[in-house]
Design a protein around this ligand. Structure first.
Ligand code: OSB
Ligand code: MG
Length: 383
């Protein structure tokens, strides 16, 4: 079904986190998020740009994403008629990098198309994957397994306390952030306290190959995986490191395309892949990464970027693909926000799962009043 993109509106919102989130690259206390609205024939689709406030996770940040959307990606689609949402990503493929900016717009177009078809986005996503054909589409919306990502804390005591709380809430696995000075000893204490939990560590590129001996010490704690220990753009060193570790390596930052996934798998640089919608530039590429991993027998899970309800709902839709067999970093709205921008907020069952909603598009209603109250910038893209 062809549809014309009548209007693209960018908006920036300010959302304070209920608790700071600290990684090896810094501490976030509040988010500055860009939402993209794509309208056709009076129907709107929404996407979220997952770039951080600073170019520390990758090269993008809120300001750069706004400029890319305003001057490059947005004008490519305003007034254009698309045969399907899958045709959106190729319109931006001449741009180098800036996948989170592109991905926010692309996701809005996927949401728009599924709303025009009055179809849940998750069904739309599943039927677009060649590695999970329509025949496999379940009649009932699935439940997706959830884990939590816990940042570096001010004390080990505080970390243990947080883990206890998340376990009690039912989350299926705990990811803890590590960095030099907050790693082996802290993981040891967590393991002593919680010998049976599914535990993993995310370093966000805080180490080099010189640290291989140190990282090997983590093997004794039978972690599910260690995520992105080495440089954000270095697949080769990860292959070398993986050959020296028993613990599976999971790549996050390194994988921006399906081609990267294929190369990393071929080199033995990882045994697991974290797929983030924004990092790879939207649904089109995310599905291709999933399909490549599935063909190779590599399990994937959905990463998070401290998203508002809009990005969170998109992550839930993505996670219904059959290769997402490990718990994702997709947790309840209330872990991040005093008030989310969707209704109902994302909730997690006592089994540590999210029940996917069978509603059109991303499946939740926008809280317009709240959205307007926290909007700090708004602009329509000129074609
Ligand atoms: O590396 O997965 C990461 C948050 C910001 C930037 C990078 C990462 C993260 C997380 C948070 O781990 C996951 C979440 O949204 O809860
Ligand atoms: Mg990560």
């Amino acid at each position: 079904m062809a549809f014309r993109i009548d209007r693209i509106t960018l908006r920036q919102i300010a959302m304070p986190l209920v608790h700071f989130f600290e990684t090896s690259f810094g501490r976030t206390i509040g988010r500055e998020i860009i939402l993209v609205e794509a309208a056709s024939d009076g129907v709107s689709g929404w996407g979220e740009v997952t770039a951080g406030e600073n170019p520390f996770y990758n090269e993008e940040w809120t300001e750069s994403a706004w400029l890319i959307l305003e001057h490059y990606a947005g004008p490519r689609v305003v007034g254009r008629t698309l045969d399907s949402a899958a045709d959106a990503a190729p319109l931006f493929s001449h741009l180098r990098g800036h996948r989170m900016a592109r991905g926010g717009l692309e996701a809005a177009i996927w949401d728009l198309e599924s709303r025009l078809l009055e179809r849940p986005l998750w069904r739309h996503v599943r039927s677009s994957s060649s590695a999970s054909g329509a025949a496999e589409l379940p009649a009932q919306p699935p439940e997706i397994p959830c884990g939590v990502s816990i940042g570096v804390q001010d004390s080990v005591q505080q970390l243990l306390h947080k883990i206890e709380g998340e376990r009690a809430a039912g989350y299926q696995r705990i990811k803890m952030k590590i960095k030099p000075g907050w790693d082996i000893d802290v993981v040891r204490q967590v393991r002593r306290e919680f010998p049976k939990i599914r535990l993993m560590a995310d370093a966000n590129s805080a180490y080099t190959l010189e640290d291989a001996g140190r990282l090997r010490q983590l093997d004794e704690f039978y972690l599910m995986m260690i995520e992105q220990p080495l440089a954000h753009d270095d697949i080769i060193d990860h292959a070398e490191l993986q050959s020296r570790l028993d613990t599976p390596i999971c790549l996050d930052e390194c994988i921006r395309t399906a081609h990267h996934a294929e190369q990393a798998i071929a080199l033995g640089a990882c045994r697991i892949i974290n797929i983030k919608l924004g990092r790879v530039g939207g649904f089109h590429e995310a599905i291709l990464v999933h399909d490549a991993a599935r063909r190779a027998g590599i399990p994937v899970w959905c990463g998070g970027m401290l998203e508002s309800g809009v990005g969170r709902a998109h992550n839930i839709a993505l996670s219904t693909l059959p290769g997402f067999v490990l718990p994702g970093d997709i947790s309840a709205s209330k872990r991040y926000w005093a008030r989310d921008i969707i209704n109902p907020p994302v909730e997690v069952t006592s089994r540590g799962t999210i029940q996917v909603r069978d509603e059109p598009g991303f499946g939740y209603a926008l809280d317009r009043e709240h959205l307007n109250a926290i909007t700090t910038r708004r602009e329509e893209v000129r074609g």
